[in-house]
Write a protein that binds this ligand. Structure first.
Ligand code: 7RM
Length: 697
């Protein structure tokens, strides 16, 4: 008898999904899991065998030290083996698996109807051409290349071309400011920047090249070795198509053409953003590509050679360059993608994350391509031009597996069921979430309305640092509980520790840690191995510390309770309060700032800022605007404060540490402060309570 989808508060996959699943039952998951942790070598070797290795590893399959008291922390999987990840993602799929004509990406632009597609063999050719361009620019194995681009196919081409020649890409999300880009270019000593002219995010024009130029100017002042900037003509290419008379073939371009005719001045502004140009530095992508050969011998890399750097916020305010390596990252993203989304060749997969974040690296690029998958790459926004956009795309491409963030679900949920139901979601089989805890209300809406109670939801917990999913359901195997990331992925051994570092058994709540490495774990913080050791291994020797709190229930399900350090998660993006505070205090009117996370119905968390003014300064709305602008410029729009409260004094410990725990309660108007005996001056608390900021800016 078929079990009902929901039974005892557990949700199960329908029989149709179970029948075709790679892991069809909880028992099958448990058996494979047991093997993966008892015999990690054999388990991962089986995964590795699906890939091409130029030469086999020489030493042990896995070697590591997780215990700072025993010396340097290191993790090595398959050291001595040589391969190339780009070769495995493209050449192997084209030549060996005969997937050359299969679509790698359907690109859907910001404007509905603006779309294109690229097959595996076309992608291989473009990547080879651009890899040759990079070599011509003098980029060699081990060099760093900074990529600052919108969600376009050239972004994938650029990253894979780096991987092909063994250069490290450092992708900076195109929503980051010039300061943030500059800081990242300098930290990783990049020798090249790749960007685009401009793009639209909804109806907002982003002059990316202009921001990149500001960043380069700042870098130049600081002696950066960066010499050149390669620029994709993205908005400009539409302009060329129009002038060539091609626009009538493409509906969105036609729409823009009509706009141009109807509202001459305004649309031409919209349509012809002028690209600032410095002929000593700047190079057009399409000109470099014109004569580049479509053949390019890959650089054979050690499994432990560095693949890329991706910056993530750190609690000190300075971002950390998380480093992943070739072999382990390849097999881990490939295996997690296959099992967590239960991938099959006919799937159409859509991950809405930006490639500028780890989710876009692992589950829009490396994982799907390693599996020969067909994906949707979407440039636009969930509610542009209307709130049905996501569902219309699912219908248009007949998406089967859909992966997005709780913040997007909460945003779309606000508009009710009608915009969803306007489109068919019959193609959908598995839904996924990532980035932050999902509240059961949003989970149930996603399950009932979007998935029509037919699609399991994989709530995937992981981090930039983990490279791929570490706690996650497998769609046909794991009975789901709304809000729980359920169980560990293969090879991952979680534990919950109390403050003293004792492992807690059974039902428990405490620090989430991992006891042994899986192939996709980060290897170091770029040029700061000590920071890697202190951040993740020092607090509890012998364990990798996630920085998240976690609860295990009586059935052994894991529930993430959120960050336990001074970090916050805005719309799935991790920010450190220190980073925002330092942006605020750079303003000449501010002497001190304390920032706490505050619950937000859509973004999950948002920023509530307390600022202390310098003597003689006044707290005005103009000042608030300046502060918000300043944070946007220093960090990016994602960090724009929602609340700014004037704080003549801040609650501090005697040693001068700001008590953010108390500030969080003040922001929420929660008078249950717990122990305040360590507050140096209790009077400031009352003052802050009576001057709370009630309205969102
Ligand atoms: C993939 C990614 C990592 C932090 C992590 C958590 C939070 C991510 C979930 C989650 C609850 C989830 N990388 N987080 N996924 N919390 N449930 N399914 O987001 O480096 O940007 O952030 O995100 O706090 O430590 S990240």
């Amino acid at each position: 008898m078929e079990l009902p989808a929901e039974c005892d508060g557990l949700f199960r996959a329908p029989q149709s999904l179970v029948l075709e699943a790679h892991v069809p039952s909880l028992a099958a998951y448990r058996e494979r899991y047991r093997r993966s942790v008892e015999e990690p070598h054999e388990f991962w070797d089986d995964v590795a065998k699906e890939f091409y290795w130029r030469s086999q590893h020489s030493g042990p399959f896995l070697k590591y030290n997780f215990d700072v008291t025993k010396g340097k922390i290191f993790i090595e999987w398959m050291k001595g083996a040589t391969t190339n990840i780009c070769y495995n993602l493209l050449d192997r799929n084209v030549n060996e698996k005969k997937l050359g004509d299969k679509i790698a990406f359907y690109w859907e632009g910001n404007e509905p109807g603006d779309s294109m597609k690229i097959s595996y063999s076309e992608l291989l050719h473009k990547v080879c051409q651009f890899a040759n361009v990079l070599r011509e620019q003098g980029i060699k194995k081990g060099d760093r290349v900074s990529i600052y681009m919108p969600m376009i196919i050239e972004l994938v081409v650029a990253m894979l071309a780096c991987a092909r020649i063994g250069a490290l890409h450092s992708i900076v999300f195109a929503g980051f400011s010039a300061d943030s880009l500059c800081e990242r270019i300098l930290d990783s000593n990049c020798s090249l920047l790749i960007t685009a002219d401009a793009f639209y995010r909804g109806d907002k024009l982003i002059n990316l090249k202009q921001i990149a130029d500001e960043a380069l100017q700042k870098c130049k002042d600081k002696d950066s070795p960066l010499k050149n900037c390669i620029v994709v003509k993205h908005l400009g290419r539409e302009e060329e198509l129009v002038s060539d008379g091609i626009c009538s073939k493409s509906p969105p371009l036609k729409r823009l053409c009509q706009d141009v005719q109807e509202k001459e001045t305004e649309s031409s502004k919209r349509f012809h953003p002028k690209t600032p140009w410095n002929s000593h530095v700047d190079l057009w992508w399409h000109e470099l590509m014109k004569n580049a050969s479509k053949e390019c011998e890959p650089e054979w890399c050690d499994a432990e050679d560095e693949l890329f750097i991706l910056y993530t916020s750190g609690s000190t305010g300075k971002p950390k360059g998380v480093v992943h390596t070739v072999g382990g990252y390849m097999i881990f993203t490939a295996a997690t993608f296959k099992y967590v989304f239960d991938h099959h060749p006919e799937d159409i997969y859509w991950c809405t994350a930006d490639i500028g974040w780890i989710t876009g690296h692992s589950y829009l690029t490396y994982g799907p391509l390693a599996n020969g998958a067909t994906s949707v790459l979407f440039e636009g926004l969930p509610i542009y031009p209307d709130v049905s956009r996501m569902w219309s795309i699912i219908d248009k491409y007949q998406v089967t597996k859909f992966y997005t963030a709780p913040t997007a679900i909460r945003l779309l949920m606000k508009y009710g069921d009608e915009p969803v139901k306007k489109y068919s979601r019959k193609s959908l089989k598995v839904l996924g979430t990532v980035g932050e805890p999902i509240n059961p209300e949003a989970w149930l809406w996603y399950y009932r309305v979007v998935g029509e109670e037919r699609c399991p939801i994989v709530d995937t917990f992981w981090q930039t640092e983990t490279g791929g999913h570490v706690l996650t359901p497998l769609p046909a195997a794991t009975p789901m509980k709304p809000g729980s990331a359920t169980f560990p992925f293969f090879g991952v051994v979680p534990a919950i520790l109390d403050e003293s570092g004792e492992e807690l058994e059974g039902e428990a709540e405490g620090y989430l840690v991992f006891k042994q490495p899986w192939p996709g774990i980060m290897r170091t913080v770029y040029r700061n191995h000590q920071r890697f050791e202190t951040t993740y291994f020092k607090k509890f020797p012998g364990y990798y510390v996630t920085g998240d709190g976690c609860k295990r229930d009586k059935d052994g399900y894991y529930w993430i309770t959120g960050r336990i350090d001074d970090m916050l998660n805005v719309s799935g993006h991790l920010l450190s309060t220190a980073e925002v505070e330092s942006a605020l205090v750079e303003h000449s009117s501010i002497s001190e700032a304390a920032v706490v996370s505050h619950p937000h119905p859509v973004k999950g968390e948002c920023l509530y800022c307390f600022v202390t003014l310098r003597d003689g300064q006044k707290f005005t709305t103009a000042l608030m605007d300046e502060l918000r602008k300043q944070v946007r410029e220093k960090i990016g729009p994602i960090a724009t404060p929602d609340y700014i409260q004037h704080a003549p004094g801040l609650p501090k410990t005697r040693s001068g540490k700001i008590m953010r725990r108390v500030l969080r309660k003040i922001a929420k108007n929660d008078r249950d402060l717990g122990d305040t005996s360590t507050v140096a001056d209790p009077a400031v608390i009352n003052h802050l309570f009576s001057n709370r900021c009630e309205t969102v800016l």
